[in-house]
Design a protein around this ligand. Sequence first.
Ligand code: NCD
Length: 298
Amino acid sequence: MPGLVDARQIDRASISRHLDRARSLREGDPPLAAPTCVALVFAEPSTRTRVAFAQAVARLGGRALHVDAAGSSLAKGEGMEETIRVLGALEVDGVVLRTPVDGLPADLAAAGLGPWLVNAGDGRGQHPTQALGDTLTILAAGLEPEGLKVAMVGDLTGSRVAHSLLDLWPRLGVDLRVLPCGPWEGQAERLQDMGEATAWAEVVYALRPQTERWSERRRAVWSGDEGAAGPDEVAKGDYFARFGVASLAPGQRLMAPGPCWPGVDVAPSLLFADQSLVLDQVTWGMYGRMALMEGLAS
Ligand code: NCD
């Protein structure tokens, strides 16, 4: 089943192909191919990703059908595999899926259910189109991935964006180091604290505390309902001092997949400042998805 479910499917060649097409599309070139109809199946909330996909389909000249978990037979207990088979029977070209279930898009893709499948974020798993758009963002900002110093700070464990970028960026030569706010056993080199992160990095990449995926205990510590925080725990009141992006050095860039919590993970004055690439990520995310779906349609 064609599509994109994991950042490991993205290689250098596909990045440069997508960058060329995304740039041309942004400059107003007409699409070379377009899906007729794409179902956006979202079983978790989303603003950027959902609207970016909808915009991308519309700009290509196709139609997006929104299938929300709460308003579809998913709420009556129908499974995702059955849902995708039904959408295939309705002759959609492709399905874009966001799900809280880790690994589900990969399993469904392996089952080969008919329409192409793109993963728009699965639980703590993967978010490959965010990684694609973020890579287009750094390239378009004139940053060379080879040797680029990126400090990724915040909730890496809960973040599918982190997992996709940790798969993709080191393969492109990015020097990606981390300052996780919770338990984390990944391979990347660790930074000591925000002082080291901001002194070292060319790009500070902020990940919001994804408390919706935290244990009850971690959430209680977060809200101050539990006593002292353990080593991998943090109270909301302490987060900004330990993991928040409070300032940027001259020339240093800020990235974040969003949503951000201004005043908690990023200083409000930095979020949309000149040094911030946060809105560029949103825009390139849309053009990257256009390039991806154009390729899937051709
Ligand atoms: C992220 C997600 O849903 O994984 N957002 C996004 O897609 N742009 C990150 C988040 O929710 O914090």
